[in-house]
Design a protein around this ligand. Structure first.
Ligand code: ADP
Length: 617
């Protein structure tokens, strides 16, 4: 009995793209299917550890490739974990990987195909690049009924009961006319050797009457000597474990010896994955115990700020029959994590010496990496050293904190930063005027995470790290410009404090401004305006707002004029100007203004008047 089931929308779209794409590297379907077969064997091997005896009649793990040039078919078989009916529906009718569905739904044209294949791989569905019909015959380990899944890759699939003696899966491809090459054993041998040699199970080519031939070397790549591994093999292994298609930016292959022994083969990709900031992002560090795959879901193995690292850790010192749950609290895991992290940081340090090279890493992963300053108290300083920031020092190059320190002005004892939404707006913020005038460098921080690490990295190598609003340094400058007189300034601040009592907590006179008449800031130690805005955008803490301080520049002609106007009897004009000034301060801070039509109308008014005056002058 069979019933036609429809693919989920995103699967149909993906298939449509895959089938109609002119993607030239169609041979990748084979490594995708072999990769899945290898994962399936890994899973059964682990399952059998937990359930001894279950796979005793299933034979040695292997992956068999059977071409048939007369029928123009190709079968990829494994004796791995297999799938039951639900698995077939859930895994081969939907796209489980979070984010992929969105991406596929948004992929409008064929231009994004390479991107799609490049970013996500298309896994099982890549079979439809070369086949116009696919049959999957499979039996799940521990179950008795086998099933057959059939699809032409267009509208849906059918599932029916089937026969299969052992646990595992056969994927039978009915090849397209132009895909006959994939029944050619010479070509198949070549593709398998090139792309799947690292697979640790034998990949056997079924030559019919001529018997069987194992094509790959079959040794787990990380157990080989570094000198015996080629660049291509390293990269192919990376593709296999990460499902990425890029060339990794960094590779680290090491053997740790000491209280616990383990091997690591780790990679940092060259591109950020789409789900770097999604809570349910995939984790791609695989844990092996003595070459037996245990899990790729052990979050404790790598701290979250290094979640982009792909690869494997293999240790013979962990108990083989340990459940995944038990592993979470295992002290050995914590030891491995610490060791791995310190190796990675050391390697990053080396790579950070080449600015251009390091920027490739930083642009892709810097935002996630900086979370470590907040999260990882043990390595906080090292992570901060490895972080790079925009600053007022250069519009092009990012700086390290050490470089910042090397440039501090005489007498400057503090590392200053400001936070905001984007660099251009921040550079124009009036709060920076005195710093610029005095040549004091300020870090410009734009990532949400910056608001958090600055709260824990309060000191770096003896320099307190402070927000510019808490500048207790004397920013006073020798000025010979006219200044509003104290009496009228006092009246002005009192007047403005009353006028804006619902919007600002305080009105003060500052020496920090050189160009702007006014600026907004917050009380020392309170949440920055930027953080408050972030919180508001995430619907958090809307009730709480830092006390705004409106700062006036007593040297600015507009403030002098306004202060003088305090003696006028009619305050209409004064009030309008005051409101425009507050709006101006808000805009420089990246804040929304309360009444934009008032602002627009009055500004137009003043522009026109200024224009007319200029004309007559
Ligand atoms: P991915 O391998 O990236 O998860 P695929 O589309 O290649 O995505 O496969 C989807 C899922 O189908 C796999 O995660 C796995 O659960 C299942 N699957 C695919 N091939 C096999 C196989 N040979 N044996 C068992 N399960 C398989």
């Amino acid at each position: 009995m069979s019933r036609k089931q429809k693919f989920k929308t995103e699967v149909s779209k993906l298939l449509d793209i895959v089938i109609n794409s002119l993607y030239s590297e169609k041979y990748i379907f084979l490594r995708e299917l072999i990769s899945n077969a290898s994962d399936a064997c890994d899973k059964l091997r682990y399952y059998a550890l937990m359930n001894p005896g279950i796979a005793k009649d299933n034979g040695e793990f292997k992956i068999t490739i059977t071409p048939n040039s007369e029928e123009n078919t190709l079968i990829i078989s494994d004796n791995g974990i297999g799938m039951n009916k639900d698995d077939l529906i859930n895994h081969l009718g939907t796209i489980a990987k979070s984010g992929t569905a969105d991406f596929v739904n948004n992929a409008k044209d064929n231009g994004s195909v390479v991107d799609l294949i490049g970013k996500f791989g298309v896994g099982f569905y890549s079979a439809f690049m070369v086949a116009n019909k696919v049959e999957v015959i499979t039996k799940r380990a521990g179950e008795t009924q086998a099933y057959k899944w059939i699809s032409n890759g267009v509208d849906g699939f059918e599932i029916e009961e089937a026969e299969r003696s052992k646990f595992g899966t056969d994927i039978k491809l009915y090849l397209k006319d132009d895909a006959k090459d994939y029944t050619d054993t010479v070509y198949l041998r070549h593709i398998i050797r090139t792309y799947s040699d690292h697979i640790s199970y034998p990949i056997v080519l079924d030559l019919g009457k001529a018997g069987e031939e194992t094509v790959n070397t079959g040794q787990a790549l990380w157990t080989k000597n570094k000198a015996d591994i080629t660049e291509e093999q390293y990269n192919e292994f990376y593709h296999h474990i990460s499902h990425n298609f890029d060339t990794p930016w960094m590779r680290l292959h090491f053997k740790a010896e000491g209280s616990i022994e383990y091997t690591g083969l780790l990679y940092i990709p060259s591109e950020a994955p789409y789900d770097l900031f999604q809570p349910d992002r995939s984790q791609s560090l695989k844990l092996y115990v003595n070459r037996v795959f245990i899990t790729d879901k052990l979050d404790d193995l790598m701290p979250a700020y290094l979640r982009f690292v792909k690869g494997i850790i293999d240790s013979a010192d962990l108990p083989l029959n340990i459940s995944r749950e038990m592993l979470q609290q295992n002290v050995l895991i914590a030891k491995i994590r610490n060791g791995v992290v310190s190796r990675l940081l050391k390697e990053l340090k080396k790579r950070s010496e080449n600015y251009d090279d390091y920027m490739k890493f930083w642009k892709a992963f810097g935002t996630a990496f900086k979370e470590g300053i907040y999260e990882d108290a043990l390595n906080r300083v090292e992570i901060a050293e490895l972080s790079r920031f925009y600053s007022t020092n250069s519009t092009e190059k990012l700086t390290s904190l050490d470089e910042y320190i090397s440039r501090v002005k005489e007498g400057q004892t503090t590392i200053y930063y400001m936070t905001g939404d984007d660099i251009p707006t921040m550079r124009n913020n009036p709060q920076l005027e005195a710093f610029n005038a005095k040549g004091i460098e300020v870090l410009l921080l734009t990532d949400p995470i910056d608001e958090f690490w600055v709260q824990v990295l309060t000191n770096f190598k003896g320099y307190p790290v402070k927000h510019i609003s808490s500048a207790d340094l004397d920013l006073k400058m020798e000025r010979d410009a006219p200044r509003a007189d104290e009496g009228s300034l006092k009246r002005l601040t009192d007047y403005l404090a009353e006028l804006f009592k619902n919007e600002v907590g305080k009105v003060t006179v500052t020496e920090k401004l050189t160009k702007s008449p006014v600026s907004l800031t917050v009380e020392n130690g309170q949440m920055s305006i930027h953080l408050e805005r972030l919180m508001r955008n995430h619907q958090q803490q809307t009730a709480f707002a830092s006390t705004r301080i409106l700062e006036l520049n007593p040297y600015h002609p507009l403030i002098i004029k306004l202060a003088d106007s305090m003696f006028d009897t009619d305050k209409t004009q004064v009030e309008t100007v005051a409101k425009l000034l507050l709006d101006q301060a808000k805009i420089s801070e990246g804040e929304a203004i309360s009444d934009s039509s008032f602002f627009a109308e009055k500004i137009s008014d003043y522009i026109l008047r200024g224009w007319e005056e200029n004309k007559s002058a």
